[in-house]
Design a protein around this ligand. Structure first.
Ligand SMILES: [Zn+2]
Length: 336
């Protein structure tokens, strides 16, 4: 009898510990069927981040929203634009983002999760060099522009001769309102997300955002049809798109300082910084925090684990004054 009790006790302890070692955040799964609750058109946009921008929609947690997004120039460019159009572009129009969406019940300290259910590429895109912008801005001082006809079904473009690029569309900008009534530029990413230009944030990803103001005020746009890590020339294939996402409010969980994201294969934290070193140090610290809190590791153990299984990734080096670095860790390593 005593033995049975001990075995049972041991078994339930394993069960409890087993549950504790799991992240409370759900795995990313795209449901086969979902019903669209709301639609936002590509003219329901703004292009600054501020707590004072009025929401265009109020939703309940769990709502599925279909949004149409304009490309980054907000129609200043079109598929026939010549490279001279780059020189005369109105920079004030950059980054029209669709929203903001007010999530009922969201309060500072909560987390909202955006599940990217569907991303459909529009029929054209552009890729440019802007003088004075980009990782090699000292060398490339002349405007340059390439336009592409895009096809969502085909999802490849011919770059030149035998060089073909597979399209992996994602929103360059996703963010909640920052805790300020200032009208902040959408160019640099910040703790509220924004212009993260992170090519990992493709269809199927769950993106977690810290909430800074009531309702969260989430917006999305500046979609990229193809972009490498770093976005070195300063632009990606900038294209209008249609996105369907589910937005969910999470209360009472771990609060996060900056956006984090995951799919079936990995969990990731991200951090902005005024240097790549600062951004990488913050990302490492956020991953140590995550592992310590969610997996009951000591800080030293978490730090060691980051060193042998965490992968730092440079999302972008061009959205100055902020660089964005993330750290990924395999869910297999974590037993998830
Ligand atoms: Zn962009």
């Amino acid at each position: 009898m005593k033995k049975t009790i001990i075995i049972l006790f041991g078994f339930s302890l394993i069960l409890i510990l087993g549950c504790k070692s799991k992240s409370p955040i759900a795995k990313s799964e795209i449901p086969k069927y979902f019903k669209i609750d709301h639609t936002l058109t590509s003219d329901q946009t703004h292009n600054k981040f501020s707590s004072t921008i009025e929401p265009v929609l109020r939703v309940k947690s769990g709502a599925v929203i279909e949004v149409f997004t304009e490309e980054a120039s907000d129609q200043e460019l079109n598929i026939n634009s010549p490279k001279e159009a780059i020189g005369t572009m109105n920079a004030d129009l950059i980054h029209p983002i669709t929203g903001p969406v007010y999530v009922e019940g969201a309060e500072p300290g909560d987390v909202i999760t955006v599940n990217l259910l569907e991303i459909e590429i529009g029929d054209w895109g552009w890729l440019a060099i802007f003088p004075g912008f980009g990782n090699l801005d000292q060398e490339f001082t002349e405007p340059y522009l390439r336009n592409f006809k895009l096809d969502d079904k085909n999802r490849t473009i011919n770059f030149k001769d035998h060089i073909n690029i597979e399209l992996k569309p994602f929103p360059g900008v996703m963010g909640v309102a920052p805790p300020t009534d200032e009208m902040l530029s959408t160019i640099p990413p910040r703790a509220n997300g924004g212009n993260m230009d992170n090519p990992f944030l493709v269809e199927g990803t769950l993106v977690h955002f810290p909430v800074f103001v009531d309702g969260a005020l989430f917006s999305i746009g500046d979609c990229h049809a193809a972009q490498g890590l770093g976005e070195v020339c300063g632009t990606a294939i900038e294209a209008p798109m249609r996105i369907v996402y589910r937005i969910t409010l999470e209360k009472g969980g771990r609060s996060i300082p900056e956006p984090e994201y995951e799919n079936n294969d990995y969990y990731a934290v991200s951090a902005y910084g005024t240097t790549l070193i600062e951004a990488s140090q913050k990302a490492t610290k956020y991953m140590v925090d995550y592992l310590e809190k969610e997996f009951y590791l000591s800080r030293e153990e978490a730090y060691l684990l980051c060193s042998i299984a965490g992968d730092l990734q440079i999302a972008e080096v061009v959205d100055l004054p902020h660089y964005l670095v993330s750290m990924h860790i395999s869910k297999k390593v974590l037993g998830l």
